[in-house]
Design a protein around this ligand. Sequence first.
Ligand code: ADE
Ligand code: ZN
Length: 350
Amino acid sequence: MDSFSSDQALRDFVTGLPKAELHLHIEGTLEPEMIFELARRNGVKLAYASEQALRDAYAFTDLQSFLDLYYAGASVLLTERDFHDMALAYLERVHADARHVEIMFDPQTHTDRGVAIETVFAGLASAMRQAREQWGLGGYLILSFLRHLSEADAFAVLEQALPLRDQYADLWVAIGLDSSERGNPPEKFARVYARCRELGFRLVAHAGEEGPPAYVRDALDLLRVERIDHGVRSEEDPRLLRRLIEQRTPLTVCPLSNLKLRVVDELEQHNLARLLRQGLCVTVNSDDPAYFGGYLADNYVEAARSLSLGRRELGALARNSIEASFLPDGKKKPLQEELDRYLAANSPSR
Ligand code: ADE
Ligand code: ZN
């Protein structure tokens, strides 16, 4: 394994790697400063006295303890401008690190508070189109259903969103499933996923973050997803693991999230490197960077440090992220070639 001469050398290498972010909840990019700013702007009362008090509350014991704060944070989002500002702040931060981003958003978190779905789409889309113009950073939107709510609720939000499909056809290409995993198995959403598939959407779902490997299998068989968000518990089932390897089903892994939500006790114990070395199409992503202490490059850097990943393996993770993206082949190819050139120019022998 090659090593980096300094932390800065590692960070520079990671920053320059042509790569994609595929697992990012836009509501999870709300930094405390922005939560307070939007609360002031909108006259929303927060349960915390200061930004620091809010940040201090980010000591999570599991997924649910995080989700409770995440939904409270999202309550400050009311207007199109709010959604635009949130998304643009994320895109501005990530544009030096990513060539392409696939962004999840949870419309039910907003429509349930009386925010029109049109407002959510308009704000996110204007920021993404601005990022495309300003920084050449392209991306897609993944409309995600909240799995703690009912199948009927998922169908209802899909019906609300469908009239907007043509207007946002350049962005909204996929459907996802997130929120509390345990007790909300994939089968609950089999029919709504079948409908989304008929409609031609690309499909992903969170599975095997806290839930058992059976949820990963059911996400593949019952929801027919192309990509699994997290999926780290797949390792507990050797047959499933073989299937993921053979089918090259991508896992969008989020190391700092897994650490902060206690999926692993230490980053050194994370199975990212083991899965990569066994031939899985694993990718590195940030999930909810404002809550978990790091954006895309930070996740690569921390994983590299803790798991002794060198240039070759970091390059493989970046290559997987391009392969696993929903970009058409004609757009993947130039990115893959850019990555090849980058790795050739930055190999340790030079
Ligand atoms: N919503 C936002 N982040 C999530 C995660 N890590 N798991 C499930 N739902 C989420
Ligand atoms: Zn997630």
